[in-house]
Design a protein around this ligand. Structure first.
Ligand code: ZN
Length: 785
């Protein structure tokens, strides 16, 4: 075994032992190795993808104390609680500690007992803290929420800009790992420059949060819409973001009056009130937190099921980060934003007193927000594009995919727009290009002599052609019926997977169309997201022609584009269906047991004064309610558990499950499956549901973006954990009956179900691995389970 293999195995053992995971997710392992190798590391990973583990693991594995610089005190306490629950000595150093506590922490660090020391940038700059850190044995420095360094995000913290020089004064050889959950290419550049980390290894994960459902609604009758939404999602935790403190208070009050337990959170509240409200939310004493953006940074609550933006946020960074707090456990997470153009005007007014640069920055961020809200193209594609990521197809799981605005085909027009970019020298933004195409003769255009170009005014007649398609549609009645309480649907398995529905006519035919310049702007933005144009990182708004765009000019084809939303005229829909569609997860686990486990968790959490999820997270409980672990060893195999947690919290849960199993005469699976990531449990549930509905495996694979082999592997796991799956409907399509019989007989008589051996020994003509594996599943389901 090579050295690196050996360390890899050691890391995996450590991961299992400490955190109860048997596999790393995504690039975690490479990232950890990079830090262990003493190199600088830059990690861009969306919320919920396992960012913290990237510095927690090396901190555990290395000698000395790792410093974790983190912007908020609330966040530190949360993380330290979690680490301690896993049996790791983590501490924080900040102004909330008194002198005695502070000294205790310092002594422990100097004695080499502390693996992670969380510290705010303000505390880091204090002279006596610096002196103390110089005496300590340090392993590396982690800078969490690194985007706080950049003025381009919304969380800019000037003191972050001093971090580099301070770290250097401690020890210039200390490896740095900077992490952020939000970074556009521009912010990324800024972070690297400021930390002097241009040579660092960059790990950028996809920003796609597959389980999040994005929707934007017109801001009309908003209170009614929100109350109805929460009532039909009874018992689920959610956050509502408002722009102003006053609004926060009002909405919290409104919800309480309507029988929904909600608390406010904003910077104007007394510190102790804020803390108490936050705890109440984490401890599941209230369902909804109504808050300004002051709430949530680093709040590690994994089971927030919805995030509602009451007001339009001021940037997509903010929006992405706030919505990112939904569904961190990989299960349901609905993100609903209410849009009104007045909000944009209001936000723009706030910027009045800023410096010119700040004001310009703010305006650009706001423009992106407006564009995102209004475009009819897939939200996920837009968001990912904003973060510098190309997503090759529509996601099928956002409002624009499920309830599309009217579509139109364009080919000549796309070519015209690309040529306009090219002919003007790739130095202008969409607005200018649209004006050139529409033949607008303003000072700006004439000063560049763009009125002399042959494309000038060529776009004038275009959008008139697009109207005919909507003509024969019926008028959409305003669905403005009186507000009535929805029946509480909690507890009913939601079995409908999201399926594209026919367009419910987002627009009515008599509506005013967008003005043609705006339509051209929309077209240019859409083809940028589709990759025909690309954004200039250095200069905001400027687009260039991409390779794809150039080859389109040579060989064009029709492209389907979407009309923009017109929120002024969109009717409010009955959102009942959306909620069903959005909450894709049905329940494949034992719900009664899950409820019992949840109550037990709540009780223990209360006794220990910890948030419930610090004990065990929902996916772990779901897994327990699927596999019924009744020994310590079995319990330690549950994802997210690990022996440390079994020792700390496991006993009462094992007792409960044992009692339950006995009382209900449940046979527990003898062979416990080790699954790789928390997210897998969601995929499993999805597969079980789809198979029940006899959906073809290749279709399921496509839905989940998995290969056939991966899908089969998931199904094998499901079977090995004791769940019966009937795949006959599919197997009968792909394997001849005779062949099926032969394979079945082989497994009946074989000594082992090992596939490699079967391939060698089974003596069946033209047999493929896939066929063998499918038949093994059938065999196991019918014979073994
Ligand atoms: Zn979509």
């Amino acid at each position: 075994m090579s050295v690196s293999q050996e360390t890899n195995n050691l890391l995996k053992d450590k991961l299992k032992e400490t955190f109860g995971f048997s596999q790393f997710r995504g690039e975690q392992e490479e990232i950890i190795q990079n830090t262990l190798d003493g190199k600088n590391t830059f990690v861009i990973m969306p919320t919920g993808a396992g960012k913290s583990l990237c510095y927690q693991m090396p901190a555990i594995a290395m000698d000395g104390t790792a410093i974790v610089i983190s912007p908020l005190i609330a966040l530190m306490k949360n993380q330290v609680d979690q680490m301690n629950a896993f049996g790791i000595n983590a501490q924080f150093l900040n102004s909330s500690l008194n002198k005695t506590e502070m000294n205790k922490v310092k002594t422990e660090v100097l004695n080499g007992e502390v693996k992670l020391l969380y510290i705010a940038p303000e505390s880091l700059t204090k002279e006596d803290n610096l002196e103390f850190l110089k005496q300590a044995k340090l392993s590396f420095v982690a800078i969490d929420e690194a985007h706080c360094i950049s003025e381009w995000g919304h969380d800019f913290r000037p003191e972050y800009r001093r971090i580099k020089s301070i770290v250097e004064s401690l020890d210039s050889n200390l490896p740095i790992i900077a992490l952020t959950a939000t970074a556009t290419p521009k912010v990324q550049q800024d972070i690297q420059k400021n930390l002097n980390m241009e040579d660092s290894t960059i790990f950028k994960s996809s920003f796609n949060r597959k389980n999040l459902y994005y929707e934007i609604r017109a801001k009309k009758d908003i209170d009614k819409q929100i109350i109805r939404y929460i009532k039909s999602n009874h018992g689920k935790a959610g956050i509502i973001y408002c722009l102003s403190r006053k609004k926060v208070e009002e909405v919290a009050e409104l919800l309480n009056v309507n029988g929904i337990k909600a608390l406010p959170y904003h910077a104007g509240l007394d510190g102790s009130v804020r803390m108490a409200n936050q705890e109440a939310f984490l401890n599941e004493e209230v369902e909804v937190m109504v808050a300004t953006i002051a709430f949530g940074m680093g709040i590690d609550k994994p089971d927030v099921r919805f995030v509602i933006h009451y007001d339009t946020p001021k940037s997509l960074e903010g929006y992405y980060q706030e919505t990112g707090r939904a569904g961190r456990d990989g299960l349901e997470g609905n993100c609903i934003m209410f849009y009104a153009h007045e909000d944009i005007i209001k936000l723009d007014k706030f910027n009045k007193d800023k410096t010119v640069t700040e004001r310009d920055n703010a305006k650009m961020l706001l423009n992106e927000m407006v564009s995102y809200s209004n475009l009819g193209s897939c939200r996920r594609r837009q968001l990912l594009h904003y973060f510098g990521e190309y997503f090759p197809q529509d996601c099928g799981f956002c409002d624009n995919c499920l309830k599309p605005t009217p579509k139109y085909k364009a080919e000549e027009e796309v070519a015209l727009a690309i040529r306009a970019v090219d002919l003007t020298g790739e130095r202008f933004d969409a607005q200018h290009l649209a004006e050139v195409l529409m033949g607008v003769k303003n000072q700006y255009i004439t000063s560049y002599e763009h009125h002399k170009l042959d494309i000038f005014g060529k776009g004038k007649n275009f959008f008139k052609l697009q109207e005919d398609e909507d003509e024969d549609e019926d008028d959409d009645d305003e669905q403005d019926e009186e507000f009535s309480d929805e029946e509480d649907e909690d507890g009913n398995p939601i079995s409908k997977a999201p399926k594209p529905k026919p367009a419910p006519k987002a627009k009515k035919k008599k509506e005013p169309e967008l003005n043609p310049v705006d339509q051209w702007v929309s077209l240019i933005r859409q083809i940028t997201i589709l990759g025909f144009l690309e954004k200039d990182i250095e200069n905001y708004g400027i687009v260039k022609v991409s390779e794809k765009g150039r080859s389109f000019l040579k060989d064009s084809f029709p492209i389907t584009l979407s009309k923009d939303h017109d929120y002024e005229h969109e009717s409010i829909e009955d959102d009942k269906d959306d909620e069903k569609a959005a909450s894709g997860g049905g329940k494949a686990y034992d719900e009664a047991l899950f409820e019992l486990l949840k109550n037990l968790r709540k009780k223990i959490a209360k006794e220990k004064n910890l948030p419930p999820y610090v004990i065990f997270q929902d996916p772990s409980l779901e897994e327990m309610a699927t596999t019924y672990p009744i020994t310590r060893e079995d319990m330690a195999q549950i994802n997210g558990v690990g022996m440390g947690k079994v020792v700390k919290f496991g006993r009462p849960f094992i007792d409960l499950i044992s009692r339950y199993v006995e009382e209900n005469e449940i046979e527990t699976a003898t062979e416990v499956v080790v699954k790789s990531t928390v997210n897998k449990s969601k995929i499993k549930i999805h597969i079980i549901q789809q198979v029940d509905r006899k959906v073809d495996l290749d279709v399921i694979a496509e839905q989940k973006e998995l290969t056939m082999a991966e899908i089969i592997e998931e199904i094998e796991h499901i079977c090995y954990s004791g769940t019966k799956l009937n795949l006959d409907y599919y197997i009968n399509q792909v394997i001849e009956p005779d062949k099926q019989e032969e394979i079945f007989d082989y497994f009946m008589s074989a000594e082992t179900d090992n596939i490699a051996i079967a391939l060698r020994d089974c003596d069946i003509e033209d047999i493929s691995e896939e066929e063998l594996r499918l038949m093994r599943i059938k065999f196991l389901s019918e014979v073994a389970n």
